[in-house]
Write a protein that binds this ligand. Structure first.
Ligand SMILES: C[S@@+](CC[C@H](N)C(=O)[O-])C[C@H]1O[C@@H](n2cnc3c(N)ncnc32)[C@H](O)[C@@H]1O
Length: 297
């Protein structure tokens, strides 16, 4: 019997297949997963967040900008075999898993993978539970890797960049997106405080907060600032050439509570302004840093 597409690129001794009774994508688990304290704490946090994680990205503050950022990522990534490293609930993997692409959705968190599995097509995707710093996938075997919102949870994140470079084929693409440590949060803080105060006063007449509203969001115990220039420096060191560096979401990052009237309209307009700046003079101080890299041939 010939091996399936995903088994051909896995280090087969380093993964075990988990049998599932439901028709989800095949699921594998690495035989070795680093067990440092910080990664375990972060894993536990993400296990606990998995069932409501998607509700955060449905709030207008996130959803409006994400709509086009995800489609931008999808247009930027080549066809072929793609790894979504730190896939969470599979938001990006879902976008990518069409007929021209096969996606390996990877995460440390079992609960995140369970959510992803329920939403991904069974024939063009596979799930793999492993650590981003130790991926049981053969050298040079994938066409692209996308790593979204993951590095800031990994204390020694350059090890994940090295691993992404290792599994990429020459000429392959890596896309990294992270909260941008260079976003000038302090600039917006007084405006946000004023809006929050007004919203609190008005909320006596409003509905109670819904699950998924940003003020209910608790950060992970492992979060560290990421500067894109440092990601690019590490990427270059591991044989990846930057082809696009910038950011998204400047005005669209203003923390307007969901209860504020016309909140969605604000984000629609702010998003258009951010995109226009990004596509003309470039946007470096948006809250979301994005880097696109090509593996040297
Ligand atoms: C903020 S979520 C981002 C999820 C998804 N990429 C997205 O953009 O919606 C971060 C994800 O990275 C995973 N993660 C954190 N550290 C990891 C590691 N060392 N190896 C693999 N996954 C990790 C978490 O379990 C979580 O699902």
């Amino acid at each position: 019997m010939t091996a399936s597409w995903h088994e051909q690129i896995f280090f087969n001794q380093a993964v075990k297949r988990l049998e599932s009774l439901v028709a989800h994508p095949p699921m594998f688990v690495a035989t070795t997963i680093p067990d440092d304290e910080q990664s375990q704490a972060d894993e536990q946090y993400h296990d606990g967040e998995a069932d409501r994680y998607d509700s955060y990205s449905q709030t207008p503050r996130i959803a409006v900008a994400e709509r086009w950022i995800l489609s931008w990522i999808s247009r930027t990534i080549p066809n072929g075999v793609i790894v979504d490293l730190g896939c969470g609930t599979g938001r990006i993997a879902r976008q990518l898993a069409d007929t021209n692409r096969r996606v390996i959705a990877i995460d440390r968190s079992q609960q995140m993978l369970a959510q992803a599995g329920a939403a991904l097509p069974a024939d063009t995707t596979a799930l793999l539970r492993c650590d981003a710093r130790m991926v049981p996938v053969a050298d040079g075997s994938v066409d692209a890797v996308v790593c979204s919102g993951v590095l800031h949870h990994i204390p020694d994140w350059p090890a994940a960049i090295q691993e992404m470079s290792r599994i990429l084929r020459p000429g392959g693409t890596m896309i990294v997106r992270e909260p941008n440590a260079e976003y000038p949060e302090a600039l917006f803080a007084p405006v946000e405080r004023a809006i929050a105060t007004m919203a609190r006063i008005a909320s006596r007449h409003q509905r109670p907060a819904q699950v998924g509203e940003l003020d209910q969001f608790q950060p992970s115990p492992v979060e560290q600032p990421i500067v894109l220039a440092e990601v690019s420096k590490q990427a270059t060191q591991y044989g990846l050439r930057p082809t696009w560096e910038g950011s998204a979401k400047f005005f669209a990052s203003l923390g307007i509570p969901d209860a504020v009237p016309l909140q969605r309209l604000y984000f629609e307009v702010a998003n258009l302004v951010d995109r226009a700046i990004m596509n003309s003079i470039g946007l470096r101080r948006g809250s979301l840093a994005i880097g696109v890299y090509t593996k040297s041939i």
